[in-house]
Design a protein around this ligand. Structure first.
Ligand code: NOJ
Length: 760
């Protein structure tokens, strides 16, 4: 059903409309031209407004505050309203009671799954498996769209190198190349091949830009970096997401070159639209326009005008656009075309989603009952979670453990149902998550006994625990004395054959506004771990975390460490799959784990400096190093063990020099020398030895995830062309410079085979 007829006048108006985007859809243009002709200034400004839904209970929508605004045409979309019934109610107001009957768009933070929750994005990235990552986004889109949502504020593609920053949990880690692959996979997963299908949703690349580089890892803090670093490192994943067709982009809270992103015309128009050809809609982050007042950019009227001029289309929550742009227009501070363009982009997004053809396209009650949290989706989430876990240490094959005897499961994260999904799981029903205790018990059945005790609270500091367990993610703080809680645990530990210690961070210890200056396991848990080790029983540390932690002491003292991040709604079953060896771990770190917090920001693809420390040295006077700790990470980027072992042969290059237009092939034979089948991520790094600007000591340029049976060998081949050697020079031109390159292939960024070649 078409809501509006296209008029001839509208067709004629086409030539008057400033449309810079390429690949126009003529039908869409006609339709929107016609619609916009009928719109008043206020109705246009209304489209730029994205409020939160407020308090809407089913059947009560028409009494709410927001309903009145919708009727008046003052709302373009709503976010974080959940359920088909509520969304249908609100949509009905828009398409029946507002003058022009323009449907609303419904957004939500569907970050790592909807009700079926997948691992936190940082964990997901450790799978290095683009198929499962894309499928996780596909399932999230199917579930969200079945529940009325048609726009997700995901993927978050900010490069993050500072483990103090809580939001590292929401992204794909420190590497631009891997981050770009994941950005593409996520966009494709959400949007599919046709946005107008009822089970695909609009994706949103965020937070544009550089949000991950906030000073001191403190959230919302200032960022400042060179343009060559922006273009060569931080921009890559955003650009990849745009190239994959992302329909929207979200501005970041931070400033870029001294101008907050939401008012940064260079960023939002020159880079995003002119250089990258983005033709979708730009939405601000939550009240980001209003926050520019505190940034010191002027009053609300001024910052709203700046945002519009910069190329922002939609104002999330703050209503700066809604309340001030009319006056700015009258005063000649902004132009009518700028409002029109923003309005057009929002209408286009709705058109592409098929909302004009059917505003209830995503309101199918039957789908909401049959396509959400299904057994098949949960099965996929379980196997995906198992692939996100990273085995950090496994002395004397402590893992896998057997489904036999008595297993003591101890720790504040052991029976932490509400914490399994991790941060940003707004659509999840926490009570349905599988805790580790539940997972272990169902895995062993009657074959073994699982004894459980909490062992300690999350932290000694009750106020800190409260801040770290917000949004219903309680750890049910135990009010007994620490000694009493620990004694109970030691009693069961002494009765057991093996101890599984479920320790680390709570779900809300990472995520937004959850930065930490101490990135260790909280002291009280470490003391518990120490006591458990003293029992002399084998101890497996199952580490829950949303960020790289400093694990020097744990690495030196605990025989086996399995990092499980926050695995999602099926976490407990997935962890059990790996603990018992039903699944062989294959995750590889996508963020460097430092030895201590003083080393951060720490990342493998750093520059060499003029005074690098000689290989194998700890300290040399007048070199770039620390007095008190070596420059080594605890675990390097790309690192992760398996229950089997892989041997790498030497690199064979097809030639040692090549010219532009040619290619070079690097081959390496990888063998499974252990006793079980396993997956390995074979990683290719390159170093440009001499450049017109300094180049990183290593850059990931390719990877392949392979599966090998015991005794099996496979030749893995990478093709390198001039394109792979290009970078942005000091004029920001994308060039490859002739000269020597080193090439590394290995199991992580540190343990590699090496070869070199020349680009002529
Ligand atoms: C603020 C966060 O920075 C952003 O990632 C999120 O999408 C919005 N709030 C909406 O919830």
């Amino acid at each position: 059903m078409k809501f509006f007829k296209v008029s001839l006048v509208a067709l004629m108006m086409l030539s008057h409309v400033a449309i810079s985007q390429t690949h126009r859809d003529a039908k869409m243009d006609q339709f929107i031209n016609s619609l916009m002709q009928k719109m008043t200034l206020d109705e246009k400004l209304g489209q730029l407004n994205l409020p939160v839904s407020g308090d809407i209970t089913t059947g009560q929508a028409s009494n709410s505050d927001v309903a009145r605004k919708i009727e008046q045409g003052k709302v373009g979309g709503l976010f974080n309203i959940k359920s088909v019934e509520k969304i249908r109610d609100v949509q009905k107001i828009a398409v029946e009671k507002s003058r022009l009957k323009i449907p609303l768009i419904f957004g939500m933070d569907v970050i790592h799954g909807y009700q079926t929750v997948f691992p936190i994005p940082l964990g997901l990235s450790c799978s290095w498996d683009m198929d499962i990552i894309q499928r996780s986004a596909r399932i999230a889109a199917i579930e969200a769209s079945a529940d009325g949502i048609n726009w997700t504020f995901s993927p978050m593609v900010d490069i993050s190198r500072d483990a103090r920053w809580g939001r590292v949990s929401e992204g794909s880690g420190e590497d631009p190349y891997l981050g770009a692959q994941i950005a593409k996979a996520m966009v494709k997963g959400y949007q599919g091949d046709d946005l107008s299908k009822s089970n695909t949703i609009l994706s949103c690349i965020k937070h544009f830009a550089l949000y991950g580089a906030s000073e001191a890892g403190r959230d919302y803090n200032t960022t400042d970096m060179s343009r060559v670093r922006m273009y060569n490192e931080y921009f890559l994943p955003y650009k990849a997401g745009v190239e994959a067709g992302a329909g929207s982009v979200m501005t970041s809270f931070n400033e870029v070159d001294g101008i907050p992103a939401s008012a940064n015309k260079w960023l939002m128009t020159e880079v995003l639209r002119n250089q990258w050809g983005f033709n979708g809609l730009v939405v601000t982050d939550f009240t980001a326009i209003n926050e520019m007042v505190a940034h010191g950019m002027g009053d609300l009227k001024q910052v709203s005008a700046l945002a519009l001029q910069a190329g922002v289309d939609m104002d999330m929550v703050g209503e700066g656009f809604l309340t001030t742009l009319r006056q700015s227009l009258q005063e000649g501070k902004i132009k009518q075309e700028q409002i029109d363009l923003a309005c057009r982009r929002i209408l286009e997004a709705k058109y592409k989603l098929g909302l004009f053809a059917d505003p209830y396209r995503y309101c199918n009650i039957k789908r909401s009952k049959t396509e959400v949290f299904t057994a098949a989706n949960r099965k996929e989430a379980r196997s995906t979670a198992a692939q996100s876990f990273v085995l950090l240490k496994n002395d004397k094959n402590t893992l896998p453990i057997r489904k036999k005897g008595t297993i003591a499961l101890i720790g504040p994260l052991a029976d932490a149902t509400e914490n399994m999904t991790g941060t940003w799981s707004v659509a999840a029903d926490f009570t349905k998550s599988v805790s580790l205790l539940r997972g272990l018990k169902s895995a062993v059945g009657k074959n073994a006994t699982v004894l459980y005790a909490k062992g300690s609270n999350l932290t000694e500091d009750a106020a800190l625990e409260e801040r770290s367990t917000m949004f219903g993610k309680t750890l049910h703080r135990d009010s007994r004395s620490s000694d009493a809680i620990r004694k109970e645990a030691l009693d069961i530990a002494n009765k057991s054959d093996v101890i599984v210690a479920a320790l680390g961070e709570s779900a809300e210890m990472s995520g937004e506004s959850s930065s930490r200056t101490d990135i260790g396991i909280p002291a009280i848990q470490r003391e518990l771990l120490n006591e458990l080790l003293k029992t002399g029983k084998p101890v497996v540390l199952v580490l829950f975390t949303g960020r790289p932690l400093a694990l020097k002491w744990e690495h030196e003292n605990v025989p086996a460490i399995l990092n499980v991040w926050f695995g999602g709604s099926e976490a407990g079953d997935a962890i059990s799959d790996v603990l018992f060896g039903d699944v062989n771990p294959s995750g590889k770190l996508t963020m460097t784990f430092p030895q201590n917090v003083g080393q951060v920001p720490m990342f493998y693809n750093h520059k060499n400096t003029g005074r690098p420390l000689a290989e194998g040295k700890w300290f040399e006077k007048f070199r770039s190093n620390y007095l008190d700790v070596s420059n080594d990470p605890q675990y390097p980027f790309g690192y992760g063990l398996s229950y089997t072992a892989f041997r790498y042969g030497d690199i064979k290059l097809s030639k040692t020099s090549f010219s532009a237009g040619e290619a070079i092939t690097a081959k390496v034979t990888v063998s499974n020398t252990g006793a079980v089948e396993g997956k390995e991520v074979v990683q290719l790094y390159i170093r440009d030895m001499v450049g017109s600007i300094t180049r990183p000591v290593k850059e990931l340029k390719g990877f392949q995830k392979i599966s090998l049976r015991p005794g099996e060998s496979r030749e893995v081949s990478f093709t390198i062309t001039e394109e792979d050697l290009k970078f942005y020079n000091s004029d920001l031109k994308f060039v490859a410079e002739p000269g020597e390159f080193k090439l590394f292939i290995g199991t992580n960024s540190r343990d590699v085979k090496e070869a070199s070649f020349i680009l002529k």
